[in-house]
Design a protein around this ligand. Structure first.
Ligand code: GLU
Length: 419
């Protein structure tokens, strides 16, 4: 998690402007643009919770179902102080394009509670989860809307959600993904977003002659996604020269000791900067470090015109986070010849394995880790190649090509269903 250097541009505004570019190229009718932009359903709720001191605190919660033309709505629940309605809508919209691009039978949704989970005790965190679930459970269901973890939530939170939902509807594991494996979660789900991200980089690396081995990698954000990307790239022989979290980070020109850093910062949840084995850097300094792959893996809007788009020194930006690049920064990076591999392609591995988890729950038949990883690789490879082919054919940016594929799939489903 990282709250560094954000712009005032919201995830919602970022996705809207990127949408328009692709919608123009596809010559989508005005009514279809409106249909694809507006949420199918948006629920705002109060989330009252009894705190440890006996008082009752009331938080704001949202569940936005953006589009369900291709299947049940799907997307994570974020616990974050900045998770407001607009942000959640932007993220729900991205989920629609993400599920369409990797061609899994889901639509897009997202949830959020405006709360800082780091300030909650475990009991209060459970209280927030149960209270929020009670209020949104009416719009959830295995064929309606299926939550998953996102920033500030994890498998334990999904287990409480499952328990709370099942108390009303009967045991329903397929109502939520990213559960603990012992409660019907899928093997490989925890690391799936990071793994999918690296599968994409491997494809790009082979296509464009940029070997992963010995390449220089810089990672912003060391939560679930950043930490796993670092680990898998290290295993492939890349040099992770710098990494940060919300409080700053570390630089080591010879490459950080990633397995040790993973244990320290991800498993033990200690600040990256407190790890020995590098020189400490600020979050601002990270952007200037020369590298081959720059991986933003934290909040949205961190790469922007105002602070860093002109000073970033990399060959490829790998958007492991959702909406890390603002549209104006996108244009600057394009002018500078820096490729941006877009979020809803690169970070789709999480929702792909969520889909596998849902399938395993419905069939009551768990898969092996090998099967999960090889089917994940296949899904990521296929989506990557479809985007790459369109990039080459139309000579457009990767993001625009990815949008064109996703938008046309959702528009086709809408039309077939009578819209
Ligand atoms: N929160 C993740 C995402 O943004 C996963 C969503 C899911 O698995 O439903 O893609």
């Amino acid at each position: 998690m990282s709250g560094q250097q954000r712009t005032t541009m919201s995830a919602g505004a970022i996705t809207k402007s990127q949408f328009d570019l692709a919608a123009d190229l596809l010559e989508l009718e005005p009514y279809m643009r409106r249909l694809l932009r507006m949420p199918f359903r948006s629920v705002a709720v109060e989330v009252p919770v009894r705190m440890d001191d006996g008082s009752i605190e009331i938080f704001r919660g949202y569940r936005v179902q953006h589009n369900g033309a291709r299947g049940p709505c799907k997307g994570g629940i974020r616990f974050h102080p900045e998770a407001d309605e607009e942000e959640v809508l932007g993220l729900a919209t991205t989920m629609t394009w993400k599920t369409a691009l990797v061609d899994i039978p889901f639509g897009g949704a997202k949830g959020g509670v405006q709360v800082d989970p780091r300030k909650l005790s475990r009991r209060e965190l459970e209280g927030v989860t149960r209270s929020f679930t009670r209020r949104i459970s009416i719009v959830l269901g295995p064929y309606r809307d299926i939550p998953a973890p996102d920033m500030g939530t994890n498998a334990q939170v999904m287990a409480w959600l499952l328990d709370e939902y099942s108390a009303r509807a009967g045991y329903t594991p397929a109502v939520v993904t990213g559960k603990p494996v012992s409660l019907g979660g899928s093997l490989g789900r925890e690391e799936a977003t990071g793994r999918g991200c690296v599968y994409c980089m491997q494809e790009y690396s082979e296509d464009f002659g940029l070997p992963i081995k010995d390449s220089r990698v810089v990672i912003q954000g060391f939560g679930n996604v950043g930490a796993h990307v670092a680990l898998f790239l290290h295993e492939l022989g890349a040099k992770v020269v710098a990494a940060t979290d919300v409080d700053g980070g570390l630089l080591n020109e010879n490459g950080l000791d990633v397995p040790e850093l993973f244990a320290h910062a991800y498993r033990e949840r200690k600040p990256v900067a407190e790890f020995r084995g590098g020189q400490t850097i600020t979050n601002e300094e990270l952007w200037k470090i020369p590298c081959d792959w720059l991986v933003p893996a934290a909040l949205g809007g961190v790469i922007n015109r105002e602070t860093n788009a002109r000073i970033i020194d990399c060959k490829v930006v790998v958007e492991a986070a959702n909406s890390p690049t603002t549209p104006s920064a996108d244009r600057i990076l394009e002018e500078r010849g820096i490729t941006v591999l877009p979020d809803f392609l690169v970070n789709a591995g999480g929702v792909v394995v969520s889909y596998f988890e849902w399938v395993q729950n419905l069939q009551q038949h768990p898969w092996s880790l090998e099967r999960v990883n090889s089917e994940l690789r296949e899904k990521m490879r296929r989506a990557y190649r479809q985007v790459r082919d369109l990039v080459k054919e139309r000579n457009i940016a990767w993001r625009t090509a990815a949008y064109m594929i996703a938008l046309s799939r959702v528009a086709e489903a809408e039309r077939l269903r009578g819209n």
